[in-house]
Design a protein around this ligand. Structure first.
Ligand code: PMM
Length: 270
């Protein structure tokens, strides 16, 4: 899944693709580089970000979704709003990627059920202005799995076909750096939920912290792609169904290496 943020303020690519023409070129490039899905988002979820209005979000994403879908690119829409999901699916989006897992908009789960498209349900506790404070867990992996289960039940109760729902632990959302690593290290627990797992580490802050220089300065987002690719390969070997990344060319290669590696490991076990 290639990232295409049509926002002025996303943490690593904010402002670069606000112009629909540039966004379309970027989306076509991501697809050509091997993205199976191009994930179009009009709301930044970086810590502290203010929300755009619904109209503003729609104005950002709709022309891009429509243009890419018309070109035959498989598009997902990254939104927490039921109306944005509905209008983007009408414009050709094939999947709804909701970082709030149905919690930000009470109409979302029923809307996606009605639309009948696949849905990515992410672990989420609060909007960006508050999420950094909500990092209390007894056991982060067990708690994330339990909170995802609650939303999975809500999705089924709203009429969604469970076979069309993927889960995502929400790396960087209401999680400290150490908690992110713990989740990644125990991804298997999320497979127990019985749904495909999406992992999105791309350029996130915990990588900047890991790669900090000798003065403790974070590695900036634009120089976190190699580390992202390493996490992608590891997540793929650990059984992730999908990885979401900005640098699609490297990610696509990493995924091919990982699946060949995993196939060889499987053959070795007989
Ligand atoms: N992270 C961001 C945006 N959308 N979607 C999913 N499913 N999972 C994520 O972790 C996720 C997401 C963070 O912002 P970015 O678009 O700038 O990477």
């Amino acid at each position: 899944m290639g990232v295409l943020n049509v926002t002025p303020d996303s943490f690593s690519d904010g402002g670069r693709y606000l112009d629909p023409g540039r966004a379309l070129d970027r989306g076509r490039l991501l697809a050509a580089q091997g993205a199976d899905l191009v994930d179009v988002g009009g709301e930044s979820t970086r810590p502290g970000a203010e929300r755009p209005s619904e109209e503003e979000e729609l104005a950002r994403v709709l022309p891009v979704v429509r243009g890419l879908a018309a070109d035959g690119v498989l598009v997902s829409v990254d939104t927490m709003r039921a109306r944005v999901a509905r209008e983007c699916v009408a414009a050709g989006a094939s999947l709804v990627n909701d970082v709030s897992g149905g919690r930000a908009d009470e109409r979302m789960l029923a809307e996606v059920a009605r639309l009948g498209v696949p849905y990515v349900l992410m672990h989420w506790r609060a909007h960006s202005t508050r999420m950094a404070r909500l990092t209390d867990y007894d056991d982060v992996v067990e708690d994330v799995a339990r909170e995802l289960s609650v939303q999975l039940e809500a999705a089924a109760a709203a009429g969604m076909d469970p076979a069309r729902v993927a889960v995502d632990p929400g790396i960087g959302f209401s999680k400290t750096g150490d908690q992110n690593w713990e989740v990644l290290g125990r991804l298997g627990r999320l497979h127990d939920l019985g749904h495909p797992v999406l992992v999105a580490t791309s350029r996130k802050r915990f990588l900047g912290t890991l790669l900090a220089d000798e003065h403790g300065e974070q590695r900036p987002p634009g120089r976190r792609d190699d580390a992202t690719t390493a996490t992608t390969a590891l997540a793929a070997v650990a059984g992730a169904w999908c990885v979401r990344a900005h640098d699609v060319a490297a990610t696509a290669d990493a995924v091919r290496v990982a699946s060949r590696w995993a196939a060889a490991a499987g053959a070795d076990r007989g």
